[in-house]
Design a protein around this ligand. Sequence first.
Ligand code: DAT
Ligand code: MG
Length: 149
Amino acid sequence: MDRTFVMIKPDGVQRGLVGEIVSRFEAKGLKLAGAKIEILPEERVIEQYREHLEKPFFPGLKTYIMSGPCFLMAWEGKGAVAVARRMIGATNPAEAAPGSIRGDFALDIGRNVIHGSDSPESAARELGIHFPPGELLEYSKIDEPVLYE
Ligand code: DAT
Ligand code: MG
């Protein structure tokens, strides 16, 4: 099964959106393999966003991500990476489709509530940054026989 890294950013945590967002992933049928609330240290923010280090928005992004607790999750399921990205919506919430998380809960690209890995390779890399070996669980869930053909 595929796994992806999803993180509710400090604006989402402060706005009380953790439960709503977790509910959406659960209702979709994805399985939670790990979750924790954390204020991220600078090294992990830099690792997480290393492709953006030279971008003009990076300093503001780093300050924002470190401004309060994030809620980190590993979600598992068929096509989990692409499925989660579609549920999250476009980077700019003003353009994100209604029904997506960013489309429903955000307005500003610099406060877009949630992160999701953009490929299976990114997912493996990002899960490795935030969840040490042994922190992600493997277990069977009772709905699996009715969720999958
Ligand atoms: P995504 O989070 O959809 O994968 P990304 O990887 O291009 O988007 O950028 C990472 C985050 O950086 C994004 O969620 C919000 C911030 N960001 C991207 N482009 C930005 C911009 N032009 N101005 C401000 N913040 C930006
Ligand atoms: Mg990205």
